[in-house]
Each structure stands twice: as C-alpha cells, then as structure tokens.
Design a protein around this ligand. Structure first.
Ligand code: PA5
Length: 464
C-alpha cells in the first residue's frame, strides 16, 4: 500500500483551465531561479539557519516519557498558547484523534482530553476552566518569546486557580514550553522549578509543530509522534529529488507564485474534503500569511507581497462558498485536500427502491459520496477556468500528516525566495504585540501608548 502524499498540479495549467492557467514555458522560465533558491536553502540548512528542517530527526525520548507519566495522572490537558504555539497542535489533534476525542473512551486508550486556550475571550476561558477540574488537569503554557501578553495573562489566571484549589502542589500541574534561555517563562521555570521543554534555537513559532510545541500536546492526546516524524523524514528525503523542478513542495510554490504574480490570483483557498483535515488548512493559513505577507524585500524596498490564504471545508462550503469560487472574480487558486481511504466508509442502506431520485444512493457509502462531491467541485472549477490542484492523502495518519506539514513548511520557505522576502520574521505581528504591552501599561512602552491613543481617536462625524 502506497502511503505517500500525491500532488496533482494538472488543473493549474493552461492545458486544462485555459488562459488562467500556467504554461509549461512560464513554469520553466523560473527554473534557474528555482535552482538558485534550492542551493540557498541547502547552504542555510547546512549552516543551521533552517533548524526546522532537522526536526524530523530530533530525539523525542523526553517528550514520550513525560507524556506517558502525565497521561497516567491527569484527565485534561489545557494548552495555553497562541498562533504558532497553538495551531500545529490543534491541527494534529483534530486530524489524528477521534472526531469527538474529548467525549470518548478512557484516557488510557484515547489520551487526555484536549483543550486549546488560544484566545483570551474571558467567557470562553472561564467556561474552559469550569469544565476542567484543576486537580485532574495539566496546564501547558507555550510561548517561545516567553512574553506574549495573551499567554502570560492566561498563565497568571491558571496559577491563581491552581493555588486556590491544589495549593502548593500547583507546580506539578503546570508544564512550560519556551525559549531555552530567554524570556520570563524560562526564568520562572527555573525559579519555581517547573518542568519545561525547549523550543529549539532558530525555530520560529509557525515552524515549530515538530518540536515540543506540537509534539507534547500530540503525545498527551495519544498520537503516535514517532510516526509523525517518520512521515516528515520521508518527505525530507523526497524533497531532495533532482531536478529541482520535480520537487512537489517547490512546484507548489512556483505555481502559487506565478498564479499570484502573472495571473492575478491574490487569494489561495485550501479546501480539505475531510473535517479532520480542516485544522491543517488553518495551520497552513497562518504559516503562509505570516511568512509571506511582507512589506519589505531582502534589500529593504517596499514590495507589499503575499497572497491571502483562505480555508474552506468540503463538502460543507459547497453550499456556502463554491458559488463564489466557480462564478465570482478570477482572483483565486484552490488546493483541494483529498482522502483516498477514510477510516470508515459508512454505508447508506438501500431503501425506497421505487423512488429513482433517492434509491441511487442506497448501497453506496458516504466515502463514495464525498469522492463524487470532490470530483464535482474539481470539475466545476476546472470547467470554469479556475486553477486548482489536489493533494491526496492515501489515509489520515500521523505518517501522512507529517509529510504534509513538512512539505508545506519547505514550500513556504522556498516561496520566500521567490518573493525575495524573509519568510522567517513577522514584524507585522510585533506591532500588535507591543501595542498590547503599551495599552496594558507595561513599563517602557509609555510613548507607544500615547501614539496609539492619539492615532485611535474617533471622529465624531463618523460615529452614529
Ligand atoms: O509564528 C510565529 O512566530 C507567531 O505566530 C508566534 O507563534 C505567536 O505570535 C506566539 O508567539 P509566542 O510563542 O512567542 O507567544
């Protein structure tokens, strides 16, 4: 049984979607640049500047043994982190655990119940704290910088809840994942003697799913993280293919880039035909947006680049978005995620033989219907000149999800080369982070607070 992802680019080409597609000539016009960007990636990797690329080979013994210990002790796992410190783990749990994970099975079989505090909506958080009884709960505080206001604020609440309920043993109910040296969380880990894991040096938040940031929650949820890394490693080998124009991750980037720059496809829609893979579209949305949405190029010139990633869900959004996708503006490219073998096929029992308009469904499965709906959308998009591609997962498993995440991480970095920007920084995010510090009164940010107050003053005539 072939367990490798299949990338089908056919419907991105002029041959199938006409003038909105890419010709072989246009694609090969980028081959010299592709070779150069590939060489640059190899050089940076060899110098240890693309640390995320080595993660499939990391030693995970510490994570496995800690996860085993806490799974025996706690019922609930609350993950407090945001952005890159949440989306990867959430995607893994959604894809690789039972769809109603928190409601089924004993924790010994299915892993701890998983809760994600990735927003600070006080009603949402309060509800979460209410359903997770503190004595039965482990709180994982994840922030690479160790200073993000949302996560550190959540930590303060967690700490006080625990002190009131479990008293001096509160430290045993908390684990940190943060920078190995810097930041408040690291020094608190040391002073309070709290168990902690490192976000390895040089790995940014959105590239950190294969570090303890994603692996610890996944292991606590009962996911086979060794298989996840094995999938990432096999993709790493596969991406070493030559010539570089045969590399599926690079081809993904090249087509996306050409469709954006040459064909005006400013929006890139990822549409899994699987509820379980929806979190991967969410994860992709972040890595693509935060890495490639940039004002400055590498030379410091203003370029304002980046296509806008959008997530949609098949089949649900066939009845919400597909009308727009098929007949609206020609500004989108689509990546369909297809599952070849669902874990369950779910038979529709034959009934109402006298009604031909219903009986045709009898004896078929929901998996058949899903496939037909997916093909219908691909056909409609293609026939209407909408470039689309399909990534097929032979099955939903840690091995295939690991392949997908690794490939898309590499594709994102390669795209940074095409746009000539730095995909590893996020100056736009820092605006919001420091604004929050300023407005919440953090010392050192007084001038910034004043600027913001002035800049945000409403004009009476526009307020009704
Ligand atoms: O990818 C990134 O760098 C960001 O999305 C961060 O993960 C996010 O801003 C949270 O940062 P931190 O982990 O420092 O709290």
């Amino acid at each position: 049984m072939d367990r490798n992802l299949v990338f089908d680019f056919t419907n991105l080409t002029e041959e199938t979607v006409g003038a909105h597609g890419i010709t072989d000539g246009l694609l090969s016009s980028l081959s010299d640049r592709a070779v150069g960007i590939h060489a640059d990636i190899l050089t940076r990797r060899n110098k240890g500047r693309l640390a995320f690329m080595e993660l499939p080979y990391a030693n995970i013994e510490g994570i496995l043994s800690y996860a085993k210990k806490v799974r025996d002790r706690f019922e609930n796992f609350v993950n407090a982190g945001i952005g890159g410190s949440a989306l990867g783990a959430q995607a893994l749990v959604l894809a690789l655990c039972h769809p109603f994970h928190n409601l089924v099975g004993s924790k010994a079989v299915s892993g701890m119940r998983m809760f994600f505090a990735d927003n600070i909506d006080p009603d949402f958080l309060d509800g979460m704290f209410e359903v997770c009884e503190p004595p039965k709960t482990l709180y994982n505080i994840i922030t690479k910088s160790g200073s993000t206001a949302e996560t550190m604020g959540t930590f303060l609440i967690v700490k006080s809840i625990l002190e009131k309920t479990v008293g001096s043993s509160w430290r045993d109910h908390v684990v940190f994942t943060t920078d190995p040296e810097k930041g408040d969380l690291r020094s608190i880990a040391e002073s309070e003697r709290i168990t902690s894991f490192d976000v390895p040096e040089g790995v940014g938040g959105r590239f950190s799913v294969l570090t303890p940031v994603g692996l610890l929650p996944a292991a606590c949820a009962g996911i086979d993280i060794q298989e996840l890394l094995a999938g990432a490693a096999v993709m790493d080998k596969r991406l070493a293919v030559t010539p570089v124009m045969d590399n599926p991750a690079y081809l993904f980037s090249l087509y996306q880039y050409l469709l954006d720059r040459e064909k005006g496809k400013r929006v890139t829609v990822m549409m899994p035909y699987s509820s379980r893979l929806y979190g991967l579209a969410d994860w992709f949305r972040q890595i693509w947006a935060e890495s490639l949405g940039k004002r400055k190029d590498l030379g410091g010139a203003d370029v304002y680049v980046g296509s806008t990633p959008v997530k949609a869900l098949g089949v649900t959004d066939q009845h919400s978005q597909v009308q727009l996708y098929v007949e609206g503006p020609f500004d989108k490219v689509f990546t369909i995620l297809r599952v070849e073998r669902f874990e369950h096929e779910l038979l529709m029992e034959p009934a109402y033989a006298e009604r031909a308009s219903l009986a045709y469904l009898g004896g078929r499965t929901m998996a058949d219907l899903m496939e037909a709906e997916l093909k219908g959308t691909v056909y409609a998009l293609t026939a209407n000149g909408r470039p689309n591609m399909t990534i097929t997962f032979p099955e939903i498993a840690p091995y295939t999800v690991g392949q997908f995440m690794y490939a898309l991480e590499v594709a994102t970095v390669f795209s940074g080369g095409l746009y000539r920007i730095n995909p590893l920084d996020q100056p736009g995010v820092e605006w919001g982070k420091t604004a929050a510090f300023a407005l919440m009164g953090r010392p050192g940010y007084e001038n910034r607070a004043e600027d913001i107050r002035r800049g945000l003053a409403s004009h009476e005539r526009y307020v009704k």
